[in-house]
Design a protein around this ligand. Structure first.
Ligand code: IMP
Length: 447
């Protein structure tokens, strides 16, 4: 039974944190396997709200080991900030382990990510500007700095110098732009908004600062693949928690409007250091509708009053950047694609309550290409996807408050039918339903 992977089935923000928190109840370990602090998980427990970007959602379970796997990119400043926040909230972090092989997001990565977005202007991907892409790029270029390097000052210095070398030109240009902005009377806040924070790129101070980060993180740094093997070999349940989501996958998502890692289930093996046969179950998380942050195709997008109501009822603003999310009807073509790509066993449908009072509910069951062709499956060609329109099935809506429902039977018939339609269409059961933000506002089906 041991390995369970939890992945986002849409474009992110599906509520994976809450579902992980629930499914982790009988697990001994929770492992994040990709992404960085571009993610944002909000967990509401006993009325208190916790926001995480890097730390696995399972941290609230003090008796479980929480692992930041080798596939994650770690901004040590952000991680230490989260550790401090948790300690202030009275949550201990003695159970946190960080892979020595995980790569670091360095100050120059953040700078280059922000500058890249500014330069691309309206064609930008809409990244979270957290340095994710540049950090993964350096990893592939073999210019990355790893968590273990924080523990060796000499190596750290050599590697920082090597990583900065090919970036000198770009960084110099940024310096020129920053000075220009200042000359034009802009203050630091405006310069930072356009170009990213002014990092101290002096090698000496960067090394000094990162050696200090290393001292603080050292008790948590470990050979985390081995920790996973120990749990799995003992027959314990380990949860592998994905960040972002299937349609943002670098290989299988809506490239280039994607993130720089692989958020799909298969990547859990690489990003944690386990084998495919260690995974016995895959859960996909989808909202009862669809949202997306940043640019890229979105066939079911709503730019009307219903969309506004979804944003309002669902509080659709990003945990990481505060950006208003784009919203739309549930896209079953995309969801069916995600189900197969991840070979999901079960679905959790979150935020069902948001659909209350929206009138008849629409779900996309096929796309129509610009040339008029009927598309039953998610098109691999981005030019087709960009101009495709969604075609819908209309299902009855519901006006009842579902926030207090704790069993499927307590849901209005229309809500039950909506869930049954989804399960039938994509071919996997809906086993968990979210009816409100609190952990308790959850319905388990078929347990
Ligand atoms: P990056 O991951 O910051 O490079 O951003 C690439 C794309 O992924 C952008 O469209 C982001 O808005 C999107 N993205 C990254 N992380 C998340 C997330 O946790 N939720 C939703 N979208 C995300």
């Amino acid at each position: 039974m041991p390995g369970v992977v939890i992945v986002g089935a849409q474009w992110g923000d599906e509520g994976k944190g809450k579902v992980t928190d629930l499914l982790a109840e009988d697990a001994t370990m929770i492992v994040r396997f990709q992404g960085g602090n571009n993610a944002g998980h909000t967990i509401v427990r006993d009325g208190r709200e916790y926001k995480f970007h890097l730390i696995p959602s399972g941290i609230l379970h003090q008796d479980k080991t929480c692992v930041i796997g080798n596939g994650v990119v770690v901004d040590p400043r952000v991680l230490l900030g989260e550790i401090d926040d948790l300690k202030r909230a009275g949550v201990g972090v003695a159970n946190l382990r960080i892979s020595a092989n995980a790569h670091l997001i360095m100050p120059y990565h953040v700078l280059l990510d922000t500058a890249g977005e500014t330069k691309l202007g309206k064609n930008s991907i809409g990244t979270t500007r957290r340095g994710i892409g540049p950090a993964y790029a350096d990893k592939a270029l073999r210019l990355g700095i790893r968590v273990q390097d924080l523990l060796d000052e000499k190596i750290l210095r050599t590697k920082i110098r090597a990583a900065l070398e090919p970036k000198q030109q770009a960084l110099r240009e940024l310096g020129v732009q920053r000075r220009k902005l200042r000359r034009e009377g802009n203050d630091e806040a405006r310069a930072a908004a356009a170009l990213g924070p002014d990092p101290r790129l002096d090698v000496h101070s960067m090394v000094e600062e990162h050696v200090n980060f290393g001292h603080r993180l050292e008790p948590h740094i470990a050979d985390t693949a081995r920790l996973c093997w120990d749990e799995l070999d003992a027959g314990h349940r380990v949860i592998f928690e994905g960040a972002q989501a299937t349609l943002l996958d670098l290989d299988h998502g809506t490239y280039p409007f994607v993130t720089s890692s692989n958020p799909i289930a298969g990547a859990a093996t690489v990003g944690a250091g386990v084998g495919p046969t260690d995974i016995s179950e895959v859960w996909g998380i989808a909202k009862a509708y669809t949202t997306r942050v940043g640019a890229g195709p979105f066939p079911t997008e709503l730019e009307d009053e219903i969309g506004e109501r979804m944003v309002e009822a669902g509080h659709e603003f990003g945990t990481t950047t505060g950006r208003r999310r784009r919203v739309g009807w549930l896209d079953l073509v995309g969801l069916r694609y995600a189900v197969r790509l991840n070979r999901m066993d079960a679905l959790a449908i979150t935020k069902l309550d948001v659909l209350r009072g929206l009138g008849p509910l629409r779900v996309a069951v096929r796309y129509r290409s610009r040339e008029g062709a009927e598309l039953d499956s998610f098109p691999y060609h981005q030019s087709i996807l960009h101009s495709a329109t969604a075609e819908y099935e209309e299902l009855p809506g519901f006006d009842e408050d579902v926030g207090d429902a704790r069993t499927e039977a307590e849901l209005p018939a229309a809500a039950r039918d909506y869930l049954a339609y989804i399960a039938e269409f994509v071919g996997v059961p809906v086993r968990l339903v979210g009816v409100g933000p609190d952990r308790e506002q959850t319905i388990r089906i078929g347990d």
